[in-house]
Ligand binder design. Structure first.
Ligand code: MGD
Ligand code: MGD
Ligand code: SF4
Ligand code: MO
Length: 829
């Protein structure tokens, strides 16, 4: 008996049936469904009795992972506030946080497992989903997977995920791939997100991760292409920190670099509008200025042996004359690249005035502690890793790595072991089956593809479609809507027509419309799930989602879907998942790790974790001070670390130092040179390379995240959309920002309906004259232009930028170049 039969009155079977047709937009059905009182749908509740119950959870709408208090009365969630005991939220939320009730009660949600009955797939095809039982749904998947394995074709199953939360969901997938035998389980979305940021750090300081930051003690922020007051992680906390930094004494000064005047630039001390893709040139010139003017941190970087600064524009320096401390390759970098990267040179490349470059460099070089922070704007280009390396190198020059007021890396969580050890459940097929000889479908880690990338999700659809390296058979999606969020997603529409597609979203997104099977997840307010923090202040923290109510519908937590499918796979793999039992059992085992490591808030086991919603333990264990590294000894940062310890724990490069000359890139110099045409003598240094702008147009197109965006998931929240409009202009749509000069030259008036074109597609939308955008760039957010996702999301203008975005990636980081395509714009007469 399913949950539905257990808790929901018989009328619901009919509702689910109706809902199955409603996914493609039968308005009448939806209306009749909406008019039913909610109490009918949920007679039994966890709260009950008219009492208000507060459960702990974390917001689902962005990677900030804010702790929330969910208020439930009579089985109805009616309010969401920031958790006052949660270090990121501190009782506050961004405007999206309280809108979570709209996600829970979204009337367009899937209400139970369904299968497709229309074999034809496409934008205008109604999938004709019909409800099925969970048993049938899970067995259908398991039968396909068992059959693929029997045929020696298990590599043709791919499991894709986007926003993975923790050990009890995405964390289960690597083991599933190992036991089942597919190189394509899982493939994450990181290359469609922000791998450019992660890989630039891997190349220079050896940590393939985003940074954690000590904003409280920082006195200067230099922001490159990061939406600090719109998006930068953890958004809500970053806004709180902004308030602190900008009112403390001395005030933290901010220079922000972007392509349009956004909230961050408007609130900064200096706003620089840069030509897209040229942030690396600006960073190189700042480094040049710091060296020429002797502003580097000598205790971290080192100095000339005789103390005399020999860095002079255009002149090489004798390498032996400089003694390096925690960096590698400074003089070589100067000689091969930096000596010519003057502010004047950068001014020509970036279009930023030379005097602004000099003023920025001077402030950054003379204010301590200072941080240079970059994100997608700087690295989502063909030269992205080079831009990122150049910017991150500024942090080394001013000594902010692991320093007070600087940046560090997030510590992991001391979880207890899983209920069973997967290595004991590997059969011969898993150990040495035919799947072992196949590369990943996305050619990640392959010399013909993207040898050094973490993931290449944007290649999966196109590669399968082309049959290179092979065609997939079955593809399953968790928290990813590649049909819509991938560049040139039209190719994915074609690719998925050939495959058996399983989607686990609770919502009728574009990928779901191409699905053969829908296995809907609970929404976040209904599920038990862990989520370690994204990089924040460095000390470890992990959070728990506690269901506020029993699931409204016949849905199942994705973690349990994986475990249940696993149980149905033949051989020892099935036994492993039987040993896991269910996701709650997994979480109870993980929480055992807290017994030996009680959190600062008293969390010491599963029950106290549920009660507080978060486990954390301060302090961060390491600090760099005046060019020495220290470890926390229980009272302070007193214990001096050896260079070996620094290399093992902090600067994880081949040399154990910050590498201007990247050992990681150097080790792959032949491959990099052959794929990028870069000079073998130079490719391991941050250096200037012209970005490649595909698309065939004459204007850059940039799609920043805005405050009311929930990645690609917020389109069907009417409140979010209506709050967004005043920010971006427009009424039932948002406007495309265009500089008046650019518009007039093309005969475009303010408010005109226009066509945007690139070599891969065409979209339409209305423009708004805006003098704060670069004349060579069009700017609009990506969250619009859905052709599915629910009644409010669907058809909202302007069209989706992804349909005109060319699928081009940084060859090293694998980062999709979302901000590189050039388009044309014309008035629609
Ligand atoms: N509100 C909100 N916050 C979010 C998210 C969300 O959906 N909504 N999503 C989260 C996710 S998944 C991510 S990856 C992060 C991304 O966080 P960010 O990378 O900080 O955000 P983006 O908007 O992608 O890019 C930042 C800025 O780069 C600018 N830009 C574009 N091209 C260039 C360029 O060549 N040079 C410069 N200097 N600037 C350029 C854009 O105009 C934009 O303002 O945000 C996270 N936070
Ligand atoms: N054109 C353009 N495209 C972009 C970007 C851009 O700037 N411009 N930004 C890129 C970035 S930074 C990112 S991170 C990606 C994000 O792209 P994706 O990885 O595709 O993530 P989302 O768009 O958030 O959508 C994920 C899917 O999760 C589903 N979903 C929502 N809630 C739940 C839930 O509770 N459970 C489950 N199982 N599923 C759920 C949604 O229905 C949706 O199908 O997009 C990228 N795409
Ligand atoms: S959307 Fe992000 S910043 Fe806003 S409340 Fe949710 S997790 Fe926090
Ligand atoms: Mo992202």
């Amino acid at each position: 008996m399913g949950i539905m039969e257990r808790f929901v009155p018989p009328a619901v079977s009919r509702r689910r049936f109706l809902q199955a047709t409603a996914a493609t937009g039968a308005a009448a059905t939806l209306l009749s469904e909406r008019s039913q009182p909610a109490s009918q749908a949920q007679p039994a509740t966890a709260a009950g009795g008219g009492k208000t119950v507060i459960t702990k959870n974390i917001c689902h709408q962005c990677p900030a992972r804010c702790g929330i208090d969910v208020y439930t009365t009579d089985g109805r969630v009616h309010a969401i506030y920031g958790n006052t005991d949660h270090p990121i939220a501190n009782g506050k939320l961004c405007p999206k946080g309280p809108l979570g009730t709209y996600i829970l009660y979204d009337p367009d949600r899937f209400k139970g497992p369904m299968k497709r009955t229309n074999p034809k797939k496409g934008r205008n095809e109604d999938p004709k989903f019909v409800p099925i039982s969970w048993d049938e749904a899970l067995q259908t998947v398991a039968d396909r997977l068992n059959a693929l394995r029997d045929r020696g074709e298990s590599h043709r199953f791919a499991l894709i995920y986007g926003r993975g939360w923790g050990a009890s969901c995405a964390g289960l997938l690597g083991t599933f791939g190992k036991l089942y035998g597919s190189p394509n389980v899982p493939i994450g979305h990181s290359s469609m997100c922000s791998d450019g940021s992660i890989k630039a750090r891997q190349a220079t300081d050896g940590n393939g991760s985003y940074n954690a930051h000590d904003y409280r003690n920082c006195n200067y922020l230099l922001l490159f292409g990061c939406g600090f007051l719109e998006a930068f992680r953890p958004y809500n906390n970053v806004m709180q920190m902004w308030g602190y930094m900008r009112t403390k004494s001395p005030k933290t000064r901010v220079t922000a670099v972007d392509v349009h005047m956004n909230t961050t630039l408007a609130a900064s001390d200096r706003a620089l509008l840069i030509k897209p893709g040229t942030d690396g040139a600006l960073a190189l010139a700042i480094a040049h200025y710091i060296l020429v003017n002797g502003l580097w941190d000598r205790k971290f970087v080192g100095d000339f042996k005789d103390g005399v600064n020999r860095f002079k524009a255009g002149q090489t320096v004798e390498p032996d004359s400089f003694e390096e401390r925690w960096v590698k390759g400074l003089v070589e970098w100067w000689n091969i690249e930096l000596k010519d990267r003057t502010p004047k040179w950068a001014s020509e490349v970036t279009t930023i005035l030379e005097r602004d470059i000099v003023a920025t460099a001077h402030e950054f070089g003379t204010t301590r502690p200072a941080m240079a922070i970059f994100e997608r704007g700087a690295h989502a280009h063909s030269n992205g890793i080079l831009n990122g390396m150049a910017i991150h190198s500024l942090n080394a020059l001013v000594g902010s790595l692991f320093a007070k007021g600087g940046m560090m890396y997030q510590m992991g969580v001391p979880y207890g072991p899983m209920p069973a050890n997967a290595d004991e459940y590997l059969d011969d097929y898993a150990k040495s089956g035919p799947w072992k000889q196949y590369p990943r479908i996305d050619l990640k880690g392959h010399p013909d593809g993207y040898l050094l990338a973490n993931n290449m999700l944007q290649e999966v659809g196109p590669n399968s479609l082309a049959g290179k390296p092979y065609k997939l058979d079955t593809i399953m999606f968790y928290q990813n809507n590649a049909v819509w969020t991938a560049p040139n997603g039209q190719q994915w529409e074609e690719a998925l027509k050939e495959l058996f597609v399983i989607d686990t979203s609770p919502f009728p997104g574009e990928t779901a419309m191409m699905a053969d099977l829908i296995l809907p997840d609970h929404t976040y307010l209904e599920r038990l799930q862990d989520a370690p923090t994204y990089p924040f202040e460095g000390w470890p923290m992990t959070q728990l989602r506690v269901p506020a109510i029993r699931p409204l519908y016949d849905t199942k937590y994705f973690g349990d879907v994986i475990i249940e499918i696993g149980k149905r796979i033949k051989g020892p793999m099935g036994d492993y998942y039987k040993a896991l039992k269910d996701s709650e059992n997994v979480l109870r085992h993980l929480a055992k790790g807290f017994e030996a490591n009680p959190g600062d808030n008293g969390v010491k086991d599963f029950e106290s974790w549920k009660e507080k919603g978060v486990w954390y333990k301060k302090p961060y264990l390491w600090q760099q001070r005046d060019g020495e590294f220290y470890e926390w000894d229980g009272r302070d940062y007193n214990r001096r670390m050896t260079p070996e310890e620094v290399k093992a724990k902090l600067l994880k490069t081949p040399s154990g130092k910050f590498e201007f000359r990247s050992g990681w890139l150097e080790a792959h110099a032949d491959w990099i040179a052959s794929k990028t045409g870069r000079d073998k003598a130079k490719l391991m240094f941050p250096h200037w390379e012209e970005p490649k702008h595909p698309g065939g147009g004459d204007l850059y197109m940039v799609t920043p995240k805005v405050a009311l965006h929930a990645e690609g998931r917020g389109g069907n929240i009417p409140m979010a959309i209506s709050l967004l409009q005043p920010v971006m202009g427009g009424r039932d749509q948002v406007y495309i920002e265009i500089h008046p000069e650019t518009a007039r030259k093309r005969g475009i008036r303010d408010g005109d309906l226009c066509r945007i074109k690139s070599e891969v597609g065409t979209i339409t939308g209305r423009v708004r004259y805006f003098e704060g955008v670069r004349p060579d760039t069009l700017v609009f957010p990506m969250e619009h232009g859905h052709w599915a996702m629910g009644r409010w999301a669907k058809g909202r203008a302007p069209g989706h930028s992804g349909e005109v975005t060319v699928n081009q990636s940084d060859r090293i980081s694998g980062q999709c170049n979302y901000y590189s395509t050039k388009v044309t714009i014309e008035r629609i007469a």
